[in-house]
Design a binder for this molecule. Structure first.
Ligand SMILES: [Zn+2]
Length: 335
């Protein structure tokens, strides 16, 4: 009997361990990345809105391509983060070559290359926009990647070596902040009207975003601890059906308490990211000389309003079905 109990106990422990691993490996979930692109389109000026809107399906579907590439491209993982705390001597906006001279490329690949990668993709996008014969597929793919990296730059934990709370006894906080708080609070967010603005100096702009994100790391960590350690703290984890599986995830009450403690930081950063994505797409087009995109509008686009409604209806379903695929995204980052 004891053996049997031990067996079940071990099996339960194994399940909890497996679920924990699943939880700690999550990234900005599929749904937030996709929704960010959908919202970013709404902030574009009329001159380019129609082009982006007509290609919205691909732009949204490809919002997570960059994360999927981590499975097959070894260098991809480092493009999504930068561990600013590892630059003890500090680091100011600089070119990739300047950074390599100061820190060596090998060191940078370990600490993360997010700001330089954004600059690189931005340059590629501007170049594509300047082509006489626009390669729409390539433009949309670059826009999707660029939007993804900009979104990651707005996540405080993408700027810290303690990216999953593994050094502070808070393992799993990455997914809690990026995915679970979004899922539980999204319906109560106040919609914001976005307006893209032209970015004069992309390098300075990107570094300012990343440094602001890094300034919030402490709050992200301390507020989680304060919610967990308070008397009558909400139950931390509970079972929820996700797709076809029963999964152990943070409870809604815990997510709500954490979100409140942070003063709605996830919502604020989501809209900041959406505006930033809109602005960087617009600026790339402007820096390319504002080419006429009317000939490359996809005239097969479905009715815009209905298309967006369908998109949001499918969003949750999509998130639930793909959540399992999202688990190994930070695997390569585990050191
Ligand atoms: Zn990412």
């Amino acid at each position: 009997m004891k053996k049997c109990q031990d067996y079940h106990c071990n099996k339960l422990k194994l399940c909890i361990t497996a679920v924990t691993i699943v939880l700690i490996l999550c990234n900005w979930g599929f749904a937030p990345h996709k929704e960010l692109h959908a919202v970013a389109i709404t902030g574009l000026p009329p001159t380019i809105y129609r082009f982006f809107k007509s290609h919205q399906t691909e732009l949204i579907n490809r919002a997570t391509d960059a994360d999927k590439r981590k499975h097959g491209v070894e260098a991809e993982a480092a493009r999504h983060y930068i561990d600013l705390d590892h630059f003890k001597e500090g680091i100011e906006p600089c070119s990739w070559f300047e950074a390599c001279e100061t820190f060596t490329e090998d060191t940078l690949q370990v600490r993360g290359v997010l700001p330089w990668n954004i600059e690189l993709v931005y340059g590629n996008l501007v170049h594509e926009f300047t082509q006489d014969s626009l390669n729409t597929g390539r433009v949309i793919r670059l826009c999707a990647d660029l939007g993804h990296y900009i979104a990651d730059a707005h996540v405080p934990l993408h700027t810290s070596s303690n990216y999953n709370g593994q050094f502070s006894g808070q393992t799993g906080i990455h997914a809690l902040w990026e995915t679970h708080v979004y899922e539980t609070s999204r319906n109560s967010w106040t919609p914001i009207k976005l307006e893209a603005s032209y970015i004069k100096d992309v390098r300075k702009w990107v570094w300012a975003i990343i440094k602001k994100s890094h300034n919030d790391v402490n709050e992200v960590l301390t507020k989680e601890k304060s919610v967990r350690e308070v008397e009558n703290a909400p139950e931390g984890y509970g079972y929820r059906t996700r797709g076809r599986t029963l999964t152990l995830v943070p409870t809604s009450d815990f997510c709500d308490a954490y979100s409140d403690a942070m003063g709605g930081m996830v919502e604020k950063r989501f809209y900041m990211a959406a505006k930033a994505i809109s602005s960087i797409w617009y600026s790339a087009w402007a820096d390319a000389g504002a080419p006429d995109l009317s000939l490359t509008v996809n005239h097969n686009m479905r009715d815009s309003k209905n298309g967006l409604v369908r998109f949001f209806q499918d969003l949750l379903k999509d998130q639930l079905e793909h959540v399992e695929d999202d688990q190994s995204q930070h695997q390569q980052k585990l050191k």
